[in-house]
Design a protein around this ligand. Structure first.
Ligand SMILES: CC(C)(COP(=O)(O)OP(=O)(O)OC[C@H]1O[C@@H](n2cnc3c(N)ncnc32)[C@H](O)[C@@H]1OP(=O)(O)O)[C@@H](O)C(=O)NCCC(=O)NCCS
Length: 148
């Protein structure tokens, strides 16, 4: 995945720019997508197990999952949103990690990904506020016991 880093940065940026405006302000979209250029983006992808989806030989999405069951990332190229790729990626990552160390899966969903997580069996357990580049974001905490 190391070699795919530039591609994954572009997918992240494109995903946020395409899907973001439906639920976030222009300033929030800029702050969120700016993380694609951040030095910490490499760790965001490489510190967990990251799976990529390919269509016709090109990477079009990625999902990161940690050993403890944390879904660290779920991003689909802007031009490919709404084609079932995000759901397929999440299901693949869950199936590849049948026994997370904490006995559950959990994620900080966006307003955009909440329906997808719920369709995959996650339920909402709370929310939190995070700040990025002066913009505040509400993240929706979701979880699901493993072995469902
Ligand atoms: C959230 C995200 C990853 C979803 O990826 P996706 O590939 O669009 O997800 P899916 O296509 O599987 O599902 C999205 C919608 O498409 C619909 N869909 C699924 N398969 C479909 C298909 N074959 N044909 C048409 N529509 C389909 C689903 O019903 C779903 O609708 P809903 O969520 O409004 O109910 C993507 O929108 C994204 O990258 N968003 C920006 C980043 C983000 O919010 N990431 C989450 C951070 S945790």
């Amino acid at each position: 995945v190391q070699a795919d880093l530039p591609v994954l940065r572009e997918i992240y940026r494109s995903a946020v720019h395409s899907a973001g405006p439906a639920a976030y302000t222009p300033a929030q979209v800029r702050a969120w997508s700016g993380f694609a250029r951040d030095a910490a983006f490499a760790g965001f992808v490489l510190d967990v197990q990251t799976y990529v989806a390919e269509r016709s030989g090109s990477v079009v999405g990625f999902c990161g999952i940690a050993e403890d069951g944390h879904i660290a990332a779920l991003y689909v190229d802007g031009g490919r949103i709404g084609q079932g790729i995000g759901s397929a990626l999440l299901r693949h990552a869950l199936a590849a990690h049948p026994r997370p160390a904490t006995g559950r899966y959990y994620a900080e969903a966006s307003r955009l990904s909440l329906p997808l997580f719920e369709r995959c069996g996650f339920r909402r357990v709370g929310s939190e506020l995070v700040e990025r580049d002066g913009e505040t974001f509400e993240r929706l905490l979701v979880e699901m016991p493993a072995g469902q």
